[in-house]
Design a protein around this ligand. Sequence first.
Ligand SMILES: [Zn+2]
Length: 145
Amino acid sequence: MAEIHTTKRLGGPVTCYPVRLRPGEEIKSELLKLVQEHGLQGAFVMSCVGSVTKAKLRMSDSTTVKKFEGHFEIVSLVGTLSAGGHLHISLSDVDGRVFGGHVIGDLVVFTTAEVVIGNAGGVVFTREPDTQTGYNELVTNSNHA
Ligand SMILES: [Zn+2]
């Protein structure tokens, strides 16, 4: 039987920021810019639907980077936005096939991207080097400390 791990409650309520991105805008950079401009320290993607004409994704082996061009529906976009962000995306092609990976960038909007950014009140996301993974990994703290 799986063990349930609980974590301490760090913050207050989540605030929602709905955003619509327009054709030609790059999703990752626009979202990171909005988060920085508004000083959101616990921001994450709550929801995203839309379409893109491009994507640059890192594959599951952690090294292969692939570029995609065409018309793709955004099936899912998840991850954190504060502290530089960490996003994963699922896209579907014209045949309905789904693929995805770690977002490097180049998510150029085709028709629209309807995004709801959530911000966990009182929470500060940071990234710190993790010797086990070799990556800067997410660390969460309360800003009420
Ligand atoms: Zn990743």
